[in-house]
Unconditional design. Structure first.
Length: 290
């Protein structure tokens, strides 16, 4: 009897300690708050470790930008390998354009901020107007952007960022004027693996005919969901409002993305016009991170 009591006591103590040992062996998934603390000290010169990287998030292929920035010290490459644009008005083909390797180069400089350079590597353009048919080709404009995430970078139901940008006339194809503005991307993680995105883009752009600047406002709303494993699809309505004459242009955008690894993604899709005088677009692209 007296020998049994110590044995029973040791057994009960072992059962009580088992959950603690299990918790130590299998730590809980880091929360947004804990990741915020863990990643605070990483910078451009001291990159974020691989095991702390947030999931790959790209500004393509839909028009709605991502509010998530690139992790500090890491580089991200996003490009239209090829994009074909076409504009029809009154049943007549007015414009054709082929864009090759229009790249968005991103570099994470802090936990909440990245810098970007959008390079229009090559564009071939054919336009029909009152003077006849005009053809242009060559290097396009350079757009510089800075993305600052205000909340939700490390997780949570919502995320929001501010992204000012300036477009510089560096090539033979483009408006030939300096343009700029601000993008406000927002993301919302919905139940059942649905993702909702929205933004308002305000651009001070240039009218070639009047040689005057004007404001263009471009709201968009997108939804995405996984189709099978790493294959996902998106559907989007994107618009642009010309404040000079209250003219709206809208497209219905749809496509798919395929994740080949944690750092590599392919995409393809189309922007289909919903209003007159709006371009249609078909594209194939790729994004990767290192």
């Amino acid at each position: 009897m007296y020998r049994f009591v110590p044995t029973l006591s040791l057994l009960l103590a072992g059962l009580a300690a088992a959950p603690l040992a299990s918790a130590q062996s299998f730590p809980e998934k880091p929360t947004a708050d804990s990741l915020h603390v863990l990643k605070r000290g990483y910078t451009l010169t001291q990159p974020t470790p691989e095991n702390l990287l947030r999931p790959l998030s790209t500004d393509r292929p839909d028009a709605t930008e991502s509010p998530y920035s690139v992790d500090a010290g890491h580089f991200q490459f996003e490009t239209d390998l090829v994009r074909f644009n076409r504009l029809r008005e009154d049943g007549q083909l007015q414009k054709q354009e082929i864009a090759l390797n229009h790249i968005n180069l991103k570099l994470g400089i802090s936990r909440t901020t990245d810098v970007q350079a959008v390079v229009e590597t090559y564009t071939w353009q054919k336009t029909k107007n009152q003077d006849g048919v005009q053809r242009q080709h060559g290097f396009g404009d350079l757009t510089l952007r800075l993305k600052r995430n205000l909340w939700g970078n490390e997780g949570g139901l919502t995320s929001f960022a501010l992204m000012p940008f300036v477009k510089l006339p560096t090539g033979s194809v483009g408006s030939g004027k300096v343009e700029g503005g601000l993008v406000t991307p927002f993301a919302w993680q919905l139940p059942a693996d649905w993702n909702l995105g929205a933004q308002l883009k305000a651009t001070l752009t240039h009218d070639e005919e009047t040689e005057q600047g004007f404001l263009e406002l471009a709201p968009s709303l997108t939804a995405s969901h996984k189709i099978y494993r790493e294959l996902a699809g998106f559907a989007e309505v994107a618009s642009a409002w010309d404040t000079r004459n209250s003219h709206w242009m809208s497209t219905f955008d749809t496509g798919v993305t395929l994740g080949l690894s944690d750092n590599l993604q392919l995409d393809a899709g189309a922007y289909l016009p919903l209003t007159d005088g709006t371009e249609a677009s078909w594209f194939l692209g790729v994004s990767f991170r290192r």
